[in-house]
Design a binder for this molecule. Structure first.
Ligand SMILES: [Fe+2]
Ligand SMILES: [Fe+2]
Length: 332
């Protein structure tokens, strides 16, 4: 996420895989282009790092094969620039066997692979092919995540009060999770889980989504299904086992009064998302309710803690997160 939104575009799904070959020696470039020919790729050429960067306006390649020592801009600097644009873009550095120092610097710059000169062309082809396959898979996963986010935004956009809800909940929950000492991988799952927590609302009719009040028995029944519907939507994802708790259990309450499972034990990071979810609902208001300020919303969350419905630790971490990001004044 967060990639492919700048001026540099990824090639479309139907585009031929593109490899960028960077070398100042025309004979070496010719050799590389010929060697890659049998893979049926579009191969573009640049004479140095700067020329390579200039070519990126047409979209990022899927693999870059680059020499190290070149005039104007060498391969190490090029690697750093490419990795700043897209940390997952595969970069293969061509080095000589004895260049141990260069290899170490290459690893530091973020290179994914090294090939020794003189080149073994069969090895070059296999390495490029392997990186292209991984790249293709990763692009498909990113597309899937983008499509899901578009789905969530489409649901939220149906109601002025919920527009941006997923993103705000993700941000608040991340702050709380940081206060709780969550690891980087946990934070990433929590972020995506929080963004998608209400994806199951896709099937809700407009009046219910807009918070028609009071709710009929049937409307209430439909609302209580959205965590289960959301879980079904996410099931095809590889990350499903890690995202599932956020989507299925964000309406669980520790006194067993929540839905859909009536749990009395909920993972702490899932509670962080629940707290963020309630906070955003209270501070964004609803058609029939004026929005609360941060202090009022926190007082309501603390009442939930006293009632045994929300985790004291999660609400405390949430409060610290708000204070740290200056959404709350000290002393409240
Ligand atoms: Fe929800
Ligand atoms: Fe929500």
């Amino acid at each position: 996420m967060g990639r492919g939104e700048g001026s540099v575009k990824s090639p479309g799904a139907s585009a031929m895989p593109r490899v960028l070959v960077v070398d100042d020696d025309p004979l070496q470039r010719l050799l590389l282009v010929r060697a890659l020919g049998p893979l049926g790729l579009e191969v573009r050429e640049a004479r140095n790092g700067q020329e390579a960067l200039d070519l990126l306006g047409d979209g990022l390649p899927q693999v870059v094969v680059t020499d190290v020592h070149m005039p104007v801009m060498g391969g190490l600097e090029l690697t750093r620039h490419l990795k700043a644009l897209d940390p997952l873009l595969p970069v293969i550095l061509l080095t000589a066997d004895r260049e141990r120092e260069v290899r170490l610097k290459g690893i530091e710059a973020g290179a994914d692979d090294f090939l020794n000169r003189p080149l073994d062309l069969a090895e070059l082809r296999l390495r490029v092919k392997g990186h292209l396959e991984r790249r293709g898979l990763q692009e498909r996963l990113e597309d899937l995540e983008r499509a899901l986010l578009a789905l969530v935004r489409a649901v939220e956009a149906r109601d002025a009060y919920t527009a941006g809800h997923g993103e705000r909940v993700a941000q608040y929950a991340l702050w709380a999770a940081e206060e709780l000492g969550a690891k980087a991988a946990e934070l990433e799952d929590l972020r995506v889980g929080a963004l998608l927590h209400d994806v199951g609302k896709i099937g809700l009719p407009d009046p219910i989504l807009r918070g028609a009040h009071p709710l009929t028995e049937e409307a209430w029944r439909l609302i209580r299904q959205h965590p289960v519907k959301g879980e079904e939507i996410l099931r095809p994802l590889r990350a499903y086992p890690r995202l599932r708790p956020y989507v299925r259990w964000h309406h669980e309450r520790l006194d067993g009064s929540g839905y859909p499972d009536g749990l009395t034990e909920v993972p702490l990071l899932v509670q962080a998302v629940s707290v963020a979810d309630i906070y955003d609902a209270l501070t964004s208001g609803r058609a029939y309710l004026a929005p609360l300020g941060p202090e009022g919303a926190l007082a309501a969350l603390e009442a939930e803690v006293r009632g045994g419905r929300l985790s004291r630790e999660a609400v405390r971490a949430f409060r610290s997160g708000l204070l740290r990001h200056r959404l709350l004044r000290p002393g409240h």
